[in-house]
Design a protein around this ligand. Sequence first.
Ligand code: MRU
Length: 368
Amino acid sequence: MRVEGRSMRTIWREGEAVAIIDQTRLPHELVTRRLQSSEEVAEAIRTMRVRGAPLIGAAAAYGMALAAARDAARETLEKAAATLVASRPTAVNLRWAVTRVMRAILAVEEKERPALAMREAGEIVEEDVAINRAIGEHGMGLIAAVSREKGRPVEILTHCNAGWLATVDWGTALAPVYRAFDEGIAVHVWVAETRPRNQGAHLTAWELAEHGVPHTLVVDSAAGHLMREGLVDLAIVGTDRTTAEGDVANKIGTYMKALAARDNGVPFYVAAPSPSIDWELGSGALIPIERRDPREVTHIEGWSEEGRRLVVRLSPERCPAVNYAFDVTPARLVTGFITERGVSAASRAGLLALFPEHRESATREERC
Ligand code: MRU
């Protein structure tokens, strides 16, 4: 997508290393960073320099390639894979990407592994871009239909950052918005700030502004009010893990928006690229929910008027806090999934109609 008028992705190869946009520095500074080992990639995922389910998967794939470039022995690769998979628990793309690279490279001789790992990672990256572009096409149809019906800008609510910064390019939930905007369909995005880390305020607001898409920032708890006032036509969010039954783990606060959408008759769509579907899980209750440092709740980070990064405490000293990073929205509250193969009902049957090749794994007994 565009940054200061130039095309940019979130992750790219730079010689023997991999480069990323350090998302902990946005929106105040655009800083890139070179990662030279799988440990550095794992650190970047853990600390959320790279974040968002698809981008975490792409970064982890490159992490495996960097590990193989150093030492392609099976034990070393297994250790690197375990460290990467443990770096964040909820987004299933991480396990999916690491497993895919491991499966490919363990099937060949050691000396062939470094080149093959890099090739496989490169393919995962390009596939992510293609998947998101296709999600954009399918989702644009939904926006265009509302635009035709209402004859005014389409009001879209989103949560967290499921834009291009959460992927290699285009985004998932925001891909339809960018495609519609680029086609000349008038849109306006309500950006929920997304406490505690404020990915909406920091990242979504930044990337929409860079692309010139009209948007307004609101606090998370404003979503219900906006819907009651008739100010939201569609909600579109991302997903970190969608089960075969259609339950959705996404950034904490997604569930409450889905409840408000249902009560107000607002269509609630989840943009779901296939690598974020966990075909081995049925119930969303089995999805591991990441718990992060309570300091992200008791403190807040911002930028002073003098242009300095500041972290300030919000709560009384030593105030107990808990920091659930994700919640699960049950399939019954989801109007549909926007996937790279089209829009499906939020159910096992709906997903399998688009992805029949998963029929077998989706009906196997659930993993614990
Ligand atoms: O904790 P984050 O910032 O990695 O969480 C990101 C989200 O919850 C996104 O909505 C999700 O990954 C889907 S993004 C395409």
